[in-house]
Write a protein that binds this ligand. Structure first.
Ligand SMILES: [Zn+2]
Length: 132
């Protein structure tokens, strides 16, 4: 039984004389989510579940002055955020990241297929990779 359930049962079994226990319960349910937020602004390798921690190669400048980047987004900018579930009720949120094409494709496909088991596995592997 988790802490909030134990507390709820204790409150349900308590005689409602004073407002004190109610106050405790309200604090408990206002608890914010336990998502892990990771800012990848300074990470120069793919933050996806692949094994590679090789820094992204320098962009190649093409004849018409456009640059060709190794990772996505190909503009050279950073994606705002992605969400890898770590369980049914909390996630790893990665902000400001760059990612290799194969990890990005996999992320999109797993969400398309609603394959949350694999997404959770990937999320856990990313935690290990990023030492979270
Ligand atoms: Zn990758």
């Amino acid at each position: 039984m988790n802490k909030s359930m134990a507390l709820k049962m204790a409150i349900e079994n308590a005689t409602p004389i004073s407002g004190v226990t109610t106050e405790i319960f309200e604090t408990e349910i206002q608890q914010t989510s336990n998502d892990i937020i990771f800012d990848a602004s300074n990470i120069n390798f793919c933050v996806g579940p692949c094994k590679s921690k090789e820094p992204e190669a320098l962009a190649i400048t093409l004849g018409n002055n456009t640059k060709l980047y190794q990772f996505k987004p190909y503009s050279g900018k950073r994606y705002l955020e992605c969400d890898y579930p770590l369980s049914n009720n909390f996630s790893l949120i990665i902000k400001n990241y760059r990612i290799c094409k194969s990890c990005n494709d996999r992320y999109m496909e797993l969400y398309d297929e609603e394959d949350f088991d694999k997404l959770i596995k990937d999320g856990k592997n990313i935690c290990k990779k990023l030492n979270i």
